[in-house]
Ligand binder design. Structure first.
Ligand SMILES: Cc1ncc(COP(=O)(O)O)c(C=O)c1O
Length: 384
């Protein structure tokens, strides 16, 4: 057997890394030149953060409800850790602390969903659940769906599924594809609240198509859960009530819908979930690798989810009314300055596209020098 010289193999490896980096060249350049990327946050004081000597107002974090700094929620952790330790190190298939059952039950009740299965992150869910639900069928995926959905679709493709993109929110194109794609099972994958534009998917129409063509609508509402919810006559904001996600916001049932969302944004905790029928949940318990093999969420996160659910019931709508008011203020200020944003919803994600993407480094430095911390979305975080 011929073996390669270590030096040759090292050279080949660094050439391979160089080629791989080409696709992320813009981001790699920015990461080293830009103080607002890959930053070390030295200190926080409420919504102000310190990077080196610079204090900045944080517009980049997704702690929409402020639960990360809520004294009641922070104060709930020690009692749970005293009872359960820091981390349940069984995979969920082996066993789960009773806290999981409680969380899944409370989430199902809040969402009005038939059942809920909790796993550590949405990324885990997409990578494992999309492939097993799609099998060797067809996945129709919205062109602007989150990258982690695409990654799940890539795994599904390697397991025999056919993956087809449809233009963003284009219902006509989607219906044509549904009518002409023979392989079952069929899935439609989309963001709920889009993670860049801040706008909601046309959920009612997507659900109608899913039901008409016997497809499963798979919705990632990472940014809607905790923020938007069921509509009612006495709601305190245009976000609706209770933060129980886009399906309820749109007045839809869960027929043909699998809702995926997480707690790492509005609930400031490391946990995610799938709202689905009990038969899908039981199927995933023996087929979705993170349930079988992965370490679960730490107890502190299970504690903050439970405390967060309680705070949400008592104070959530008042917090959301404040969030809606602040978002409106930013949108109105941008409007007054003549700055365009695709945000038509008033939901708290505000994307501002640069006329010339090469300006991103200068814009980032300008904002940083003025004490404003934002998400700089360079390619490949967003399409070119
Ligand atoms: C729409 C969407 N889905 C999934 C994720 C990833 O979530 P998690 O951290 O739970 O894997 C994000 C995070 O930015 C997101 O915006």
């Amino acid at each position: 057997m011929q073996t390669q010289e270590p030096q040759t193999s090292r050279r080949q490896h660094s050439e391979w890394l160089r080629q791989q980096l080409q696709a992320s060249a813009d981001l790699a350049r920015l990461r080293t030149s830009q103080p607002m990327l890959d930053a070390v946050i030295d200190e926080i004081a409420g919504r102000m953060i310190r990077v080196g000597d610079q204090w900045l107002a944080d517009f980049a974090s997704c702690n929409y409800l402020g639960f990360d700094l809520d004294p009641e929620i922070m104060g709930a952790i020690p009692a749970y850790v005293a009872q359960w330790g820091t981390h349940p190190s069984w995979s969920r298939l082996l066993g789960s602390p009773a806290l999981y059952g409680q969380i899944e039950e409370e989430l199902a009740h809040l969402l009005g969903a038939p059942d809920v299965l909790a796993l550590p992150t949405i990324t885990h869910i997409h990578m494992s659940v999309i492939p097993v639900l799609a099998g060797s069928g067809t996945i129709l995926v919205d062109r602007r769906a989150h990258k982690t959905i695409y990654d799940g679709c890539s795994v599904a493709k390697s397991h025999g599924a056919t993956v087809i993109r449809y233009p963003h929110d284009d219902l006509e194109a989607l219906e044509e594809l549904l009518a002409s794609s023979p392989a079952h099972p069929r899935m439609i994958c989309t963001d709920g609240i889009n993670s860049m534009t801040g706008n909601g998917a046309p959920l009612a129409e997507l659900a109608r198509l899913a039901r008409k063509y016997d497809a499963l609508l798979y919705v990632d509402d990472a940014h809607g859960f905790g923020v938007i919810g069921e509509r009612s006559a006495d709601e305190t904001s245009p976000y609706g009530s209770r933060g129980n996600s886009i399906v309820r916001f749109c007045g839809e049932s869960y027929d043909n819908i699998v809702l995926v969302a997480g707690c790492s944004k509005a609930y400031s905790s490391l946990l995610a979930f799938i709202a689905c029928t009990t038969s899908i949940k039981n199927f995933l318990k023996v087929t979705a690798p993170p349930y079988l093999y992965s370490g679960p969420s730490p107890v502190a996160s299970l504690a903050t989810v439970l405390a967060g659910l309680e705070v949400n019931e008592r104070r959530g709508d008042a917090i959301r009314a404040d969030l809606a008011r602040k978002t409106r203020r930013v949108l109105d200020a941008l409007d007054e300055c003549g700055v365009a944003t695709p945000n038509e919803s008033g939901f708290p994600i505000i994307e501002i596209a640069l006329a010339d993407s090469d300006d991103i480094d200068d814009v980032g430095r300008f904002l940083f020098s003025r004490g404003i911390y934002v998400t700089l979305a360079a390619y490949p975080l967003v399409p070119r």
